[in-house]
Design a protein around this ligand. Structure first.
Ligand code: NAD
Length: 290
């Protein structure tokens, strides 16, 4: 397939490299990042998009996506599909899909879970919003870049699934870390906490698969000095998107709101930026009840 790939940063570069390695013809464009192996450099967004059957985007936020889409859409051939894999606000996802459809294009929002490791290994999970027809067109590319693609519903449904998942993750990580910090102060060994909770009703992905305590459970960023992994500032981004969506939809999300506030303190007022989001454990362990 001929593919245009716009946004070749930490996630986009390995995703595009995997598509090229699988035999697709990939033209890439990024304002700063170098081209990964096998990807031909385009001189502009329009050049990357022209003649492509599918244009993929992997960009920092919704405002940038809107600007990129405004340049890509007019360059694309009718019948082609625009598939955004970034994590962005639902309004931007829907607005871009609407513009694409008005130009006779297929449109998908397809944010991912799995991080940089999953992008490199081709084991991402895609959560996808858009028509069944557009989903079927891009599905072979999801198979190359990921291990699973779930068609969640109409445009915006992929972003909805992503921010709901990460709202659970943010709140659960904080709850897991504060329980470890309490256990410390009660004189309970962290290994014993893990042994009990990981097979009890407090179990979660945060505890069982990504344990925030160094030396306990499977290897995780905690065992690597809390280097990301999934950075605290990216968790804050996703929690803020969840709160923006909750406000727009008139949904009461008190745990998500509190998680967003706690990660905002950690990233913006303390030393959390650049650390894995599980560094919430040393943060809480060092604090005292006020
Ligand atoms: P990144 O900052 O490494 O990459 C973004 C790239 O977009 C950069 O190379 C930048 O130069 C490029 N870019 C910005 N404006 C552009 C423009 N106008 N035209 C062309 N290129 C432009 O970010 P990332 O870590 O690759 O994340 C990308 C998206 O994936 C984000 O929305 C993020 O929330 C999401 N995401 C990231 C992770 C992760 O672990 N890094 C996990 C899941 C989802």
């Amino acid at each position: 397939m001929r593919i245009g790939f716009i946004g070749l940063g930490n996630m986009g570069a390995p995703m595009a490299a995997n598509l090229a390695a699988a035999g697709h013809e990939v033209a890439g464009f990024d304002i700063a990042a170098p081209m990964p192996a096998g990807v031909a450099k385009a001189a502009s967004i329009a050049e990357a998009a022209a003649g492509a059957e599918v244009v993929l985007t992997m960009l920092p936020d919704g405002a940038i996506l809107r600007r990129v889409a405004a340049e890509a859409i007019p360059a694309m051939a009718r019948g082609a599909a625009l598939c955004d894999c970034s994590t962005v606000d639902i309004d931007s996802a829907r607005a871009v899909a609407e513009e694409a459809r008005a130009a006779g294009l297929g449109a998908l929002d397809a944010p991912v879970s799995g991080g940089i490791g999953g992008a490199a290994a081709g084991t991402l999970t895609f959560m996808v919003g858009g028509t069944a027809e557009a989903f079927a067109r891009v599905a072979p590319l999801f198979d190359v870049m990921g291990q699973k693609a779930v068609h969640c519903g109409a445009s915006g449904a992929g972003q909805a699934a992503k921010i709901c998942n990460n709202m659970i993750l943010g709140a659960t990580m904080i709850a897991t870390c504060e329980a470890f910090a309490l256990a410390d102060k009660l004189g309970l060994e962290r290994q014993k906490m893990f042994d009990v909770v990981s097979t009890s009703s407090g179990a979660s992905w945060s505890m069982n698969s990504y344990c925030p305590a160094p030396g306990v459970g499977p290897t995780s960023p905690a065992d690597n000095g809390y280097r990301p992994g999934f950075a605290a500032e990216l968790m804050l981004k996703d929690l803020r998107l969840s709160q923006q969506a909750a406000e727009g939809a008139d949904a009461d999300t008190p745990m998500g709101a509190l998680a967003a506030r706690i990660y905002a303190d950690f990233v913006e007022a303390e030393d959390g930026r650049g650390k894995d989001f599980s560094a919430m454990l040393p943060r809480l362990a060092a604090r005292h009840r006020r």
